[in-house]
Design a protein around this ligand. Sequence first.
Ligand SMILES: Nc1ncnc2c1ncn2[C@@H]1O[C@H](COP(=O)(O)OP(=O)(O)OP(=O)(O)O)[C@@H](O)[C@H]1O
Ligand SMILES: [Mg+2]
Length: 267
Amino acid sequence: MPKIRASAVTRSFGRGPRTVAALGPLDLDVDPGEFVCVVGPSGCGKSTLLRIAAGLLRPSSGALELRTDATHPAAMIFQDYGIYDWKTVLANVRFGLDVQRAPRKEADARAAAWLAKLGLADFADAYPAALSGGMRQRVAIARALAVEPEILLMDEPFAALDAQLRTILQDELLALTQATSATTLFITHSLEEALVLGDRVLVMSARPGRVIAERRTPFARPRTGDVRSDPRFTALKDELWELLRGEVGRRAPDAGPAPASGEGAAA
Ligand SMILES: Nc1ncnc2c1ncn2[C@@H]1O[C@H](COP(=O)(O)OP(=O)(O)OP(=O)(O)O)[C@@H](O)[C@H]1O
Ligand SMILES: [Mg+2]
């Protein structure tokens, strides 16, 4: 039984002539412990897919099911952080544990440990307003990982981070997901990131996003970031980029006039 199963999921926004078909139809099975990365052009419906998976949005048709038990829920990391400005950094990271009614002392200790791992130990009592964008993103990551989720839904979690920190956190996430056998659905603009992390990489079409290609990565697990220097890595990256390039800049049939420049490009 897959942990995540999407069956002919579609989503559109708005009504009548202004309806925007954002996603699908899309089918997807993610097996227990599998790490699936999704790449696709900007606006193709990736965040929409993840929000549906997280139960924050209903599909217009089709169904998306997650299988979890009550003690290890799914956790989602949003593209735009989704952290609470009125809570301290520590309270933000503790949030998921509070929801699970973990004892306060234990929750504080676990939250503090995750803050330390992400280089934020000195900011436990600060409020998010005092943090940089990358630091806020790390708070969101710490919050999601602190609950040791069975399913991780991650929407470009490392996009706002500098290259070094991004590499460090990719390696951390690899170690963590391999140690806990979490099932992960991970969205990224970076093919390199998708290939380092994923067992499978799915390429989505321009809006409405469907899966147009799928590649299994040939790197054994447990793996580390060393796969970056594997010759097969570069070959796969080139192949996927060719596929993706065809979609970037392709216009949806219901799209308005073409943008002046640059819009819709995958970074
Ligand atoms: N709440 C909403 N109301 C109306 N339209 C929406 C809403 N959410 C998303 N859309 C539209 O659906 C389409 C897909 O959006 P989505 O955010 O899923 O794209 P994305 O693939 O995550 O893009 P990016 O890579 O830029 O984050 C876009 O055209 C967007 O404008
Ligand atoms: Mg998005």
